[in-house]
Design a protein around this ligand. Sequence first.
Ligand code: FDA
Length: 313
Amino acid sequence: MLESVPKAVFSGLAASPLLKRLASRFGMKRPGSFARRFVAGETFADAMAATRAIEAQGLLTTLDLLGEGVSSVDAAAHATAAYLTTIGEMSQAGVSRNISIKLTQLGLDIDPATAIDNLRRVLDAAQKADFFVRIDMEGSAYTTRTLETFERVWAMGYRGTGVVIQSALRRSEADLRRIMALGASVRLVKGAYREPMSMAYQRKSEVDASYVTLMQILLTGGTPAAIATHDPNMIEQARQIASSARVAPDRFEFQMLYGIRRDLQMALSTAGYRMRIYVPFGTEWFPYFMRRLGERPANVGFVLRSLVSDRKA
Ligand code: FDA
């Protein structure tokens, strides 16, 4: 029954301050608490423990210092400084030099110039330390601004950075072709946000069909590609496209989220594919966590069970 709860319900709940307070109180309390299924923890040390365990199994990682929708210049500067610290600490820790970042965390909601300035500070530090910076894609209200910001920094000469394209959006093929023409790296996802019918496909079958079309263009286009999905069907089609088009294994990688389909993560790695895990951490985990529930409402059952066992503990 839970499977039929629409994403809209979860994005509504994600805006509730009361729920956020309750979740913050219980979600991360101890290692078995519910949010830990999808979030490595609140501290950098938690993130390193998770990252090291993943990398010890032969998988790659990308670290996301959680945060989004920042509305003041100070908060954006603070988030930028936190990313600079994270880059320094990750270099010392010797883990994969790869981070994921959201532009609304760097001030995109304030104005594009603030986001560009902050992004450049992150990219300068990343370049010096040989990091790759993936700019995550947010809801469709940000698509144009996110891609424009990316194209601006690319035109300034920044490399070692890439974007995300969502198969749910009707506009995505044109965006994908434009970004690929630059030679930039693209992560292809289905899209985690509730979107209006005018902008986005609503049915899973349509989103999946679009994913396959975009994946065919991306994998055979010669630019670095990340196929980010847990869907066995999409993964099988990716393998077939790559094998029949003779795409070299180092030209693409699979990506999955921390805590989701660990069996499939290991199976792909064992089969010889590059497999990167997106490891989110930090205190601002609530919206990210709610999106994971929205993708698979059955996860609510898991949260409720974990709350009950927490009370018994
Ligand atoms: P689909 O939703 O069809 O799920 C396929 C199967 O995967 C399910 O049957 C289930 O087994 C498993 N699964 C999927 N989600 C699950 C969950 N939450 N809990 C448990 N099992 C689950 N989105 C975005 O809009 N912007 C972005 O920048 C990113 N970045 C990103 C990075 C990486 C590495 C990944 C893997 C995903 C993203 N996403 C994203 C999220 C993406 O858009 C999408 O919402 C999720 O990946 C779920 O879609 P699937 O492709 O897995 O397919």
